[in-house]
Design a protein around this ligand. Structure first.
Ligand SMILES: Cc1cc2nc3c(=O)[nH]c(=O)nc-3n(C[C@H](O)[C@H](O)[C@H](O)COP(=O)(O)O)c2cc1C
Length: 330
């Protein structure tokens, strides 16, 4: 109860400070203890942009950060969604307030971040709840191993600063390398696009996101537009070490299939594929479809411009065994 009173007073003071300061208290980003800015390095590896958002403010910022960095978006979805009544923080006993008052509350998360080990830089976004990060953010931080990763946070609020929440998380999780926080009060959200662009340029976090792989069969070089999934990223990662050549042959009068010679992470689901779709089968076989099939596997991408069986078969040189080379260079 004492803590609750303290929080209410602290939040009220925070708000007052903001009102009197003309809501300008967090115009810059907030450096953490580590202060690990990566100015100009641009070598942030794979980037994940994770966020929790109930009314869309933090989500909007997350989308801007993902766009600016080329990172992958991940929404922290609560197992039990927050209703309007749960978020009515004028009610002492609303769910959000009860959770914030209980240091041990760890609301369960329904969504799981795929292949977390592959990310070097993780952005974590959240709304400010009573000056702090919502407890579900702690669930997220405790669900994964952040060693070797740099973590940036971003936050939104009505008028409070984001530094209390950032410092709180840095204190609570000293093993995590928190770099800095970017905060928006509601009146600052209209300039989010420019501020996010400035911030990302300043901290130097961006990845050249490969969107294409080239597939060569005989004299035909095709461009495959990549899917946005962990398997496609893993294949790109392999191709950074050199081209991959494999032998592929027909199967079932619908595909050419061949062994990659190594396993990559699977993002399998039951899908229907058609002419031009390129698929990862069983985690270690590449399949190029020239007809339709429904199965549980992972779409890696689609050959640019191909829509019919005839077009795909012609590019593959017709029926029979072929040697296929995958590369990142056109
Ligand atoms: C339980 C709760 C507590 C809040 N506490 C604060 C606060 O201490 N200071 C503040 O300025 N805004 C506070 N807000 C407002 C939110 O931080 C703000 O609306 C935020 O932008 C919402 O983000 P979202 O749309 O991503 O959920 C609170 C909102 C809720 C639901």
């Amino acid at each position: 109860m004492k803590r609750k009173l303290f929080i209410v007073i602290a939040a009220a003071l925070c708000t007052l400070v903001f009102v009197f300061a003309g809501c300008s208290g967090t115009s810059g980003s907030e450096l953490g203890d580590h202060g690990a800015s990566q100015n100009g390095s641009g070598d942030a590896g794979n980037v994940l942009v994770a966020y929790f958002s109930c009314t869309g403010n933090t989500e909007g910022v997350a989308e801007l950060i993902a766009e600016e960095t080329g990172g992958t978006l991940f929404e922290i979805v609560p197992e039990a969604p927050y209703t309007d009544a749960d978020l009515d923080y004028s009610d002492d006993d609303c769910r959000a307030n009860r959770e914030q008052n209980d240091p041990d509350a760890r609301p369960a998360i329904a969504s799981e971040a795929e292949d977390m080990a592959s990310y070097d830089t993780v952005f974590v976004g959240y709304p400010i709840w009573w000056g702090d990060a919502p407890r579900i953010v702690q669930t997220f931080l405790e669900n994964y191993d952040f060693s070797g990763k740099t973590v940036y946070t971003f936050s939104t609020s009505g008028s409070s600063s984001g530094s209390g929440a950032f410092n709180g998380l840095s204190r609570e999780y000293p093993e995590i390398d928190f770099a800095e926080n970017l905060h928006f009060t509601s009146s600052q959200l209209s300039s989010a696009e420019e501020r996010v662009a400035e911030w990302i340029a300043d901290i130097g976090v961006s990845v050249e996101k490969e969107t294409d792989i080239y597939i060569t069969v005989g004299n035909n070089r095709m461009r495959m537009r990549l899917e946005d999934n962990a398997s496609a990223r893993a294949l790109v990662e392999r191709l950074h070490d050199g081209n991959i050549t494999l032998t592929m042959d027909d199967y079932g009068d619908m595909e050419k299939v061949g062994a990659l010679g190594f396993d990559i992470v699977r993002s399998d689901s039951r899908i229907t594929v058609g002419p031009g779709d390129v698929v990862l089968y069983l985690g270690n076989r590449l399949t190029i479809y020239y007809d339709v099939n429904t199965y549980t596997f992972t779409r890696l991408g689609h050959i640019d411009g191909v829509t019919t069986r005839g077009e795909m078969l012609e590019l593959l040189g017709g029926a029979g065994e072929v040697t296929v080379t995958l590369s990142l260079e056109a």
